[in-house]
Design a protein around this ligand. Structure first.
Ligand SMILES: C[S@@+](CC[C@H](N)C(=O)[O-])C[C@H]1O[C@@H](n2cnc3c(N)ncnc32)[C@H](O)[C@@H]1O
Length: 282
């Protein structure tokens, strides 16, 4: 198993995932970058094509990864309030168009291939953004305003934009500092119950696809992502989902090893559990 489907260290996507993303201010962990790049590269191999884009780009940390994942001819769009920060009600990040453009240039992204949209997403629709063209997006990151209404609205735009095999990446769904994101997602799921199925949870991302595609993406990530990030398979909104986390504490590192996984259902593992807990958790 490998962490990435593509293994060349000089590949710009690899470099960005492995560390260069930290050169851009923002919120994207290496694991979440890995999950997104695995999906994007798998899409290319599977013939899933289309535009990539994000609502809420801040300085471009995640957006640059999306742009690097494109194949020739694929468009990108970046939507943010940028200088209109008076509408940034929850203060989640602070877009800056000049810094964003500078960062695009630093990573060799031609601004001519990026539609930069300055605006409040509450005033946007996919029909308006695309000029009425058919849905064609393959990767859409929703990371703008973190209120319930903005999250519901932005998921609706993303859902309307999605082409065949497309994937939506929602930020902060499980972040207790922004509880309204989960409310917005639940509202969206009540309004459009059959539209999207979640298939993976990362450090701070929830990944969704059309129900007919979700299981393929879930299984691919379990196969592709290095096992030390894998936590468990479970269910969310009635569909199977895999949980991946960066192990940060000693207990998490121990829990996420293959040996622990094998011992979990073994009598020896059951016997060792309280001892390990006592010594590792203090
Ligand atoms: C958490 S930051 C995005 C982080 C970014 N995705 C990254 O990779 O680091 C949230 C961004 O959403 C923008 N934003 C907040 N409310 C918005 C709205 N209603 N419409 C469009 N953008 C919004 C903010 O200006 C900010 O840049």
């Amino acid at each position: 198993m490998t962490m990435q489907p593509s293994s060349s260290v000089s590949d710009p996507v690899q470099q960005y995932v492995r560390g260069h993303h930290r050169r851009v201010d923002g919120w994207l962990s290496r694991l979440d970058a890995t999950l997104i790049s695995c999906v994007g590269q798998w899409q290319s191999a599977a013939g899933v094509s289309g535009a990539v884009g994000e609502i809420g780009v801040h300085h471009g940390r995640l957006f640059i990864l999306l742009a690097l994942l494109r194949n020739p001819g694929e468009q990108a769009f970046a939507i943010d309030l940028f200088e209109d920060q008076q509408f940034n009600v929850d203060q989640s990040g602070q877009g800056d168009e000049a810094v964003f453009r500078t960062n695009l240039a630093r990573f060799g992204i031609d601004p001519g291939t990026v539609d930069i949209v300055r605006g409040n997403s509450l005033a946007l629709t996919w029909a308006g953004l695309s000029g009425g063209q058919a849905p064609s997006v393959r990767l859409f990151s929703v990371d703008g305003g973190h209120t319930a209404e903005i999250t519901r609205n932005d998921l609706t735009i993303a859902d309307d934009s999605l082409g065949e095999g497309g994937v939506i990446v929602l930020d902060d769904y499980f972040n207790p500092e922004f509880p309204a994101v989960s409310e917005g997602m639940c509202r969206f799921m009540m309004e459009r119950p059959q539209s999207l199925a979640p298939f993976a949870i990362g450090d701070n991302k929830l990944m969704l696809a059309r129900p007919g595609w979700a299981e393929r993406y879930r299984a691919m990530l379990v196969q592709t992502v290095t096992p030390r990030y894998f936590v468990r398979d479970t269910e969310l909104f009635g569909t199977p989902i895999s949980v991946f986390r960066t192990p940060r504490t000693l207990m998490q590192i121990i829990r996420q090893t293959n040996l622990t996984r094998r011992l979990r259902s073994h009598p020896l593992g059951q016997a060792l559990k309280p001892i390990v807990r006592r010594f590792v958790q203090g």
